[in-house]
Design a binder for this molecule. Structure first.
Ligand code: CAO
Length: 425
């Protein structure tokens, strides 16, 4: 079966996490992704958080499937010529260098556009234009600056970052959508364009409901936040909401059987209004169905904590899976707190290709997250990440059509030689 992005060639200048998540998605959809890496070291994550000596780390392998790797010193004059040739033959250039790096390399947007007017240049930076535009940024910086940290955690605790990589992988997802949209527009205009995504903006986009709540604050307390029920005043900014639901249906994380020893024996329980009668019957509180203090959602808002405490007395008598089994047939929305161990062993996630076992010539088999986006006419086959420079010759010959003599010239130029680290680096 053909792939959705077959025929699209991507010059992948990404590193660490944010950019690589984007180009991995494009590769999964069938694009030919050529990852350009520094000779000698490559993407810094190859050697970070290593678990197997001398093998590419899981950090790298899990973000760089289905790509080809070419090593090239793009500061070497011959290396620049090779890069120019690659720019002329590719459809998309993706990069998440620090601000100004691509320009310093000699490849400004104007230059790239002159070399290839059809080229789409997609960039991730930490911040958009403004006071922080020159800053280097990692995941948690974006979570903090994008409004996530100030709204995550418990009211009486400090701001919290979340384990979900919304700054990096979240931005990569946004960029991928920008790229395919630009490719679509190119079919009509014949021209490329720039696609810029700032990590702060992506995080804020994912925190949209919190900006909603910031504005609701001007009209009164946020009644679905726990502090409303506790009669505590709201300040000027959206507070941390603990485990409260971000929507109109109150929810909370409740203990289940075994919570004393199992840190994940919990369930997220939502008291969706249409399921209220069933919840009351299930937990042995049928009187709440007609009691005016409990019957209507509005009446319950000032006592949500006490209501969840009561439901918890019931969930504590069951495992999280037993709660699921009892609630699901009654259409009571709830979700078990699954550990990464449980997810890794989940056979249904394996069956759908969301969790995949991949073999690697150096490290052996490992688990990864497959493509979460399933296209019926473009199925994803997860292929292991490339070794550093594994496809250098292949790309120079096949993509650029270099003959033996030209190949020898590139080699002699030193453009493929390991870059010696500068003292300042
Ligand atoms: N050949 C020669 N030089 C190369 C090269 C190649 N193939 N690939 C990269 N380089 C050079 C660059 O030209 C740059 O050199 P100069 O600074 O002299 O111009 C240098 O490598 C380092 O690039 P960098 O500044 O992007 O890398 P860093 O490790 O210092 O910073 C990061 C990393 C992530 C903080 C920064 O790239 C960044 O802010 N990126 C944008 C935001 C982002 O994506 N952050 C998320 C990262 S995932 O958590």
């Amino acid at each position: 079966m053909s792939k959705a992005l077959e025929g699209v060639r991507v010059l992948d200048f990404t590193h660490v996490q944010s950019g690589p998540t984007c180009t991995q998605l494009l590769a999964w959809f069938g694009a030919d992704v050529i990852k350009v890496e520094r000779p000698g070291t490559g993407d810094v994550t190859r050697g970070q958080l290593r678990d197997v000596p001398n093998a590419d780390s899981l950090y790298f392998t899990m973000l760089n499937h289905n790509k080809r790797s070419i090593t090239l010193d793009t500061k070497n004059p011959k290396g620049k010529q090779v890069l120019e040739a690659l720019i002329k033959t590719c459809d998309v250039l993706v990069e998440n260098f620090a601000p100004g790096v691509l320009d310093r390399m000699g490849f400004s947007w104007e230059r790239i556009e002159a070399l290839n007017p059809r080229m789409i240049v997609a960039s991730i930076k930490g911040f958009g234009p403004g006071p922080y535009e020159d800053c280097k940024v990692y995941e948690n910086v974006a979570q903090c600056a994008g409004g996530s940290a100030s709204t995550t955690g418990f009211r009486d605790g400090p701001p919290l970052v979340t384990g979900a990589q919304i700054g990096d992988s979240g931005t990569g997802l946004h960029l991928a959508l920008g790229i395919v949209t630009a490719l679509y527009q190119r079919t009509a205009t014949g021209r490329g364009q720039r696609v810029d995504v700032a990590m702060q903006d992506s995080v804020l986009n994912l925190c949209r409901v919190k900006l909603r709540d910031q504005q609701r604050l001007a009209h009164g307390p946020l009644k679905e936040y726990p502090q409303y029920g506790e009669s505590l005043p709201f300040g000027e900014a959206v507070p941390r909401a603990g485990n409260a639901s971000g929507g109109g249906q109150p929810g909370w994380i409740l203990k289940c059987k075994g919570w004393e020893t199992d840190p994940n024996a919990y369930i997220y329980f939502i008291t969706q209004a249409p399921a209220w009668d069933k919840i009351c019957n299930l937990i042995g509180k049928p009187d709440w169905i007609t009691d005016p203090d409990y019957a209507k959602p509005e009446a319950r808002l000032n006592k949500l904590s006490a209501i969840f405490d009561t439901i918890e007395e019931w969930t504590k008598t069951k495992t999280k899976f037993e709660v699921m089994a009892l609630c699901n047939p009654l259409d009571i929305p709830c979700g078990p707190i699954l550990s990464m161990k449980e997810i890794a062993e989940d056979q249904s996630l394996r069956a759908t290709g969301t969790v995949v076992e991949v073999d690697h010539p150096v490290r052996g088999p490992y688990l990864t997250v497959g493509n979460p986006i399933k296209l019926s006419a473009s199925p994803t086959e997860v292929v292991r990440s490339p070794l550093l420079g594994e496809h250098t010759d292949e790309i120079l010959k096949q993509v650029l059509g270099l003959g033996a003599e030209e190949l020898a010239e590139v080699r002699a130029s030193g453009a493929l030689e390991p870059i010696v680290k500068q003292a300042a680096e």
